[in-house]
Design a binder for this molecule. Structure first.
Ligand code: NA7
Length: 543
């Protein structure tokens, strides 16, 4: 029955980040009616929320930009090698304006539930604003790092000062001038924020549970000539990126670590160090699979970092001992290590002296030391990959909740489909390479695949597509086995859900590389969508 309060569309897209925006553009361009919902009051996704000082992308700006439109690619000028959060938001606003994407979205509105009607195989999507939309396809582009994690520290509610989480930073900004600030967490967010907060605050205490590997970005302004060359070389740059492991044009050294002489090895590490940041994880192809090779990379890193830190005792604390280099994403920093040479910055290792509680005036450590604070910044990360989708009450066949289906870890086929949830797609999420690659190209890869898939369904008279249980089992096993062949499982990372107490320890991303993954999903499409059941019958809204 046609309910007058219900809007009927072909596709609902949840999320207006990099991935959702492209999906809306692509599917609209193919003639589908699309309704988008976004929790924030404008486009941007992760870049809308993560406005902390120092927030910056760790993929070079020339690569962290859409490739689908040559004019867009040529007209946009990035000002720095690594773009800041405000510049990325400006870029996404530009994209939204240029392709008139906002008209498809309702902002400041969260999707609360999505329920399958098993008879029509349509999805009824409800929002916190009371809207009800019936969609043939329900597409989650909810991001991998959008559900913030605040640890449960006793007494946190008693703190009289201000508290912030890097992942939901006040839009009006924060003035730390004259304040005693504590930052808890030394992942990407903490490491990026610390140097800037140190510049502002009267005193900064950094509370580090695990030391992290970070490599200076080597960030710099881009001049006109560099931009001209980058734009002229875009076609080749994108070609190489699409073949690559990480969605950028950089390839590892052609030889394995110990196939080259010590001098050559050192020169290769030096070159990668100069390239900057996360790219250091791929100097040699065996760096993340062979422990001895990894140790070589780690030793070079340690030498570099110890040279930046004046106090050897502080350097000792900053050198990770609990995981191989690169098995947590290497952070891309600007002056992080040098910040610990400041008189007004102190590093507290929580491994040596844990946080016992927070009270009205600060943080009390296990040895009884009290750190008096005016503000606490939680840089404590996210319920990654599954947190955002878990917030929505998604019910598939037999009323089964997605959350229950995923209670042992996310289960997808290709990161795209889920058995028991026909016509539901997850883009750039669990089971895909997005968190290990350049998410902008991942967004295009998934958006294009989805567009082709929907066209295939329509052209062949199918109303629905549903991953088989067997294909899902095999994909989950493939993601697990590919990770098991590397050093990644040795780190307690968010890739494994290890940062969230009680979360099942399952390796969630596809680690085989962006290019390899692209071949796999293209092959599935070319085969007529093997691993999926294609379901015949009438589609479109009920009469
Ligand atoms: P991350 O990388 O998950 O980092 C979170 C940090 O917070 C990390 O240092 C954690 O230590 C620390 N943490 C988490 N819980 C606690 C508690 N209970 N006590 C003390 N410290 C804690 O999140 P980010 O936001 O920095 O970065 C996320 C991604 O964004 C990053 O990987 C890039 O891809 C971009 P731990 O290491 O768990 O011991």
């Amino acid at each position: 029955m046609n309910d007058s309060n219900t809007e009927y569309v072909d596709v609902v897209v949840v999320g207006a980040g990099v991935t959702g925006l492209y999906a809306v553009h692509k599917l609209r361009g193919l003639g589908h009616s699309v309704r988008g919902f976004e929790r924030g009051d404008d486009v941007g996704g992760v870049w809308y929320w993560n406005r902390y000082p120092g927030a910056r992308c760790d993929v070079e700006s020339v690569d962290y930009s859409y490739s689908f439109d040559e004019e867009l690619q040529q007209e946009w000028d990035w000002s720095e090698k690594y773009a800041t959060q405000p510049e990325i938001v400006r870029y996404l606003h530009h994209v939204a304006d240029r392709f008139d994407l906002r008209r498809s979205y309702t902002f400041a509105t969260s999707v609360t539930s999505a329920e399958l009607d098993e008879e029509t195989l349509r999805w009824t999507v409800r929002t916190d604003a009371g809207e009800v939309v019936s969609a043939r396809f329900c597409v989650f582009a909810t991001g991998c790092l959008s559900s913030t994690h605040v640890p449960n520290i006793p007494g946190a509610g008693e703190f009289a000062g201000a508290t912030y989480h890097t992942g939901s930073w006040p839009h009006e900004g924060v003035d730390f001038g004259g304040l005693r600030v504590g930052v808890i967490g030394t992942g990407s967010s903490g490491i990026q924020a610390v140097p800037l907060i140190a510049e502002q605050a009267a005193h900064l205490t950094v509370f580090q549970r695990s030391a992290n590997f970070s490599v200076p970005a080597g960030n710099k302004p881009l001049d006109d000539e560099t931009r001209r060359l980058q734009k002229a070389g875009y076609a080749e740059r994108r070609r190489l990126s699409r073949l690559s492991g990480g969605g950028s044009p950089h390839a590892a050294h052609p030889s394995a670590t110990f196939e080259v002489s010590p001098d050559e090895r050192r020169a290769a590490f030096e070159e990668r160090w100069e390239l900057g940041g996360v790219l250091y994880s791929k100097t040699f192809p065996d760096q993340l699979t062979d422990r001895a090779a990894n140790d070589e990379a780690r030793a070079f890193w340690e030498e570099k970092v110890r040279a930046l830190v004046e106090d050897p005792a502080v350097a000792d604390l900053l050198v990770p001992t609990d995981h191989p280099i690169g098995t947590k994403r290497i952070v891309t920093d600007s002056h992080y290590y040098e910040t610990f040479n400041r008189e007004d910055v102190r590093l507290v290792s929580l491994r040596k002296n844990a946080i016992e509680r927070i009270d009205a005036t600060g943080i009390v450590l296990a040895d009884g030391t009290r750190v008096e604070l005016d503000a606490i910044v939680f840089a404590t990360g996210f319920d990654a990959m599954t947190g955002a989708i878990d917030r929505v009450d998604v019910r598939g066949r037999g009323g089964r909740r997605l959350k229950d289906a995923w209670s042992g870890g996310p289960r997808t086929y290709l990161g795209l489909g889920v058995d028991g949830f026909p016509n539901l797609f997850s883009l750039s999420g669990a089971g895909s390479p997005s968190v290990m690659a350049n998410v902008v190209l991942c967004a295009e890869q998934h958006g294009d695949w989805l567009g082709d898939c929907l066209r295939h369904l329509d052209e062949h008279g199918y109303r629905a597509i549903e991953a088989s249980e067997e294909a899902v089992d095999q994909w989950v096993a493939q993601c697990r086995d590919r990770a098991a062949a590397t050093l990644f499982p040795e780190a307690d990372s968010w890739y494994l859900g290890a940062n969230i107490p009680g979360k099942p320890r399952v390796f969630m991303p596809f680690i085989g590389g962006f290019g390899v993954y692209g071949e796999i999903i293209a092959d599935v499409a070319a085969s007529g969508y093997k691993g999926f059941a294609l379901i015949r019958g009438r589609c479109g809204p009920p009469q």
